[in-house]
Design a protein around this ligand. Structure first.
Ligand SMILES: NC(=O)c1ccc[n+]([C@@H]2O[C@H](COP(=O)([O-])OP(=O)(O)OC[C@H]3O[C@@H](n4cnc5c(N)ncnc54)[C@H](OP(=O)(O)O)[C@@H]3O)[C@@H](O)[C@H]2O)c1
Length: 212
């Protein structure tokens, strides 16, 4: 994908999303952000266009994605709010078909299961903890994956361990069957997500990414 194209971002006002926005601005992309509370967003750039809306609303996603070349989501479930992952995924896939957009990249936790996983005891413990502690959120995330796995688009679900919000970069490790580390540094994750806009290796896959 050529640069100077427009990327739709969901969750761009969140912790990971903020790193991602800076990374994409540094790479000269034009950005469209879906924000529920634009007044709380502090990054200012002529390359950013803000759409006010909610990821569970189809019309918000449609307005966001129109005119974009690819979509990246770092949306996370807030407590006591309607489930967002599967609804947003369904809306995204519908508008991708409408606007003939091929590329969708999103962040997920280690708890997501895929058929080719060979999770270590440590990764499986993190998975089991999430399933036990937040069963409904886990099921909704898993549902979002199942919908994507059946879709024809070029999706990548990036599975990450604990995210460290630092300015330091590490060495990024990627593994398709198990998580290669206990943490990922936010600048490494932002860089990996941005790389996916031009990297075809992980199409229709859910790589684990960690920082060493
Ligand atoms: N933090 C970690 O250590 C960790 C570890 C593993 C996986 N993850 C995953 O990585 C992703 C990013 O995590 P994070 O810690 O950066 O999350 P975060 O700071 O909580 O950000 C989540 C973002 O999602 C947005 N959002 C939630 N519901 C929305 C909705 N209905 N419509 C539009 N936007 C909505 C929030 O917007 P508002 O401000 O409007 O609520 C916020 O910008 C999440 O998917 C999370 O599950 C995180």
């Amino acid at each position: 994908m050529k640069q100077h194209t427009t990327i739709a971002i969901l969750g761009g006002g969140g912790k990971t999303g903020t790193y991602l926005v800076h990374e994409l601005l540094n790479r000269d992309y034009q950005l469209k952000l879906l924000l529920r509370q634009p007044d709380h967003f502090t990054i200012s750039s002529p390359s950013i266009h803000i759409c006010k809306g909610d990821a569970i609303q189809y019309e918000s996603i449609r307005e966001l994605v129109q005119g974009c070349d690819a979509i990246i989501s770092t949306v996370g479930q807030r407590p006591n709010e309607p489930l967002v992952a599967s609804q947003a995924t369904n809306h995204i896939l519908r508008v991708m078909e409408e606007f003939q957009i091929r590329r969708y990249i999103a962040v997920a936790g280690l708890n997501l299961d895929t058929p080719t996983d060979q999770k270590s005891t440590r990764t499986q413990m993190a998975t089991d903890w999430m399933k036990t502690t937040y069963p409904i959120i886990h099921e909704d995330r898993q549902k979002a994956y199942e919908v994507l796995a059946e879709s024809p688009v070029d999706w990548t679900l990036v599975r990450v361990p604990f995210i460290v919000f630092t300015e330091e970069r590490g060495t990024t490790e990627v593994d398709l069957v198990d998580c290669p580390g206990e943490k990922v540094q936010a600048p490494d994750l932002a860089s990996f997500l941005a790389d996916q806009l031009t990297d075809t290796r992980y199409y229709q896959q859910s790589p684990f990414v960690a920082s060493l």
